[in-house]
Design a protein around this ligand. Structure first.
Ligand code: SF4
Length: 286
């Protein structure tokens, strides 16, 4: 299916965080509008698809605005936003990204995330969370060591299950094996890696999964669509095909009790390295 890719210019790039992200960081930053993983597994339950202001009525995954001046705008606004953040939020911390993926396939052509990381090496935030669903995160491995010297860098790599397919749903943006390999490569480079199991999907072999996470990541964050999709009761996700597919694999997996069981198991295997829900995204582990 075709994707409409457009080059655009933006006036601002650092968005002061609100809602649940407020507890995680002072700003979010989107190198792109839209996400071309929107038609993959993570796109099915992606809460951004319900944001009409962002989608402007287009099908989620069918469009991508390339913010080609993103790095210039970052350079122009970082000092002002740093001052604001330090005064009102304690520190200038950036979440890259909350409504797109910094490593969509088109990043290899346009290099917007790459240019932003370069700008941040020159003018770093106090903290940076790089959040992705793709093994392509290693494409910028050459930049991370310099970045990690200048800022509190945490790389969040989503691996929501050990299964590559759920019945009736599209494949993931990136195969499970490739994401584990990416986590391993990042960790081997001395970087801080957090595997985000969000939203938690039914596992085939949960013990083996968390043992593997323990070997490639510093920590794990577990979240469920109930309470984790931006609505109080998971109602956003209930409007999608995700819960039905989860139920077909394991009916228990659609309950919060399933999340709590996975958290308990993860805590046995990764003591002190498990975060839950927003607190986990904010870097609080126990
Ligand atoms: S990568 Fe992230 S923003 Fe893109 S569709 Fe998946 S969950 Fe949504």
């Amino acid at each position: 299916m075709a994707v409409l890719v457009a080059r655009t210019r933006v006036k601002s790039i650092l968005t002061r965080s609100s809602g649940y992200l407020r507890e995680v960081c002072s700003h979010s930053l989107q190198p792109y509008r839209g996400c071309t993983y929107g038609r993959s597994l993570c796109g099915v339950g992606c809460y951004v698809r319900h944001n009409g202001l962002l989608t402007r009525g287009a099908e989620w995954g069918s469009f991508l605005d390339v913010r080609e001046n993103a790095a210039d705008v970052y350079r122009r606004s970082a000092a002002r936003e740093r001052a604001w953040a330090r005064k009102s939020r304690g520190r200038f911390s950036v979440f890259l990204s909350s409504s797109t993926d910094p490593f969509v396939p088109q990043e290899s052509r346009f290099g917007i995330t790459r240019s932003l990381l370069g700008a941040m090496i020159d003018d770093p935030p106090d903290a940076l969370i790089l959040q992705t669903h793709s093994h392509r995160v290693t494409d910028a491995l050459d930049l991370y060591p310099a970045l990690a010297e200048r800022t509190d860098l945490r790389i969040h790599l989503s691996i929501e299950t050990d299964r590559d397919r759920l019945p009736g749903l599209p494949p993931p943006a990136s195969p499970v094996e490739k994401r584990f390999a990416a986590a391993q490569a990042l960790r081997a480079a001395g970087l801080r890696v957090v595997v985000t199991v969000s939203p938690l999907l039914p596992m085939a072999e949960p013990r083996a999964f968390f043992e593997r996470v323990a070997s490639v990541a510093d920590a794990v964050v577990i979240d469920h669509y109930v309470g984790g999709d931006g609505s109080a009761d998971g109602s956003r996700t209930l409007r999608t095909a995700l819960p039905d597919a989860m139920r077909r694999v394991d009916p228990h997996s659609t309950s919060l009790a399933y999340r709590d069981e996975m958290v308990a198991l993860a805590r046995q295997i990764l003591p002190g390295r498990v975060g839950v829900h927003i607190e986990g995204f904010a870097g609080h582990f126990s």
